[in-house]
Ligand binder design. Structure first.
Ligand SMILES: [Zn+2]
Length: 65
């Protein structure tokens, strides 16, 4: 596993590159990240990488029912 992830207090790089009203908090580590679309559970790229490593590359972010 990656051990070089920055601390959650540090925003995800994607959050710095997107529009400010598209910034949300990662559902897992609460760092600022790019929110893809309205609602849903944003994951920062670090958590998303961990999730896709766990569940496979085909996993997609799915809205919670
Ligand atoms: Zn995260």
């Amino acid at each position: 596993m990656a051990t070089s992830d920055p601390p959650p207090t540090e925003a995800d790089p994607s959050a710095l590159m997107c529009h400010s009203d598209e910034v949300g908090l990662c559902a897992k580590c609460w760092r600022k990240t790019h929110r893809y679309g309205r609602g849903g559970n944003p994951l920062c790229s670090y958590c998303f990488a961990a999730v896709s490593a766990q569940w496979g590359p085909r996993v997609r972010r799915t809205p919670r029912a």
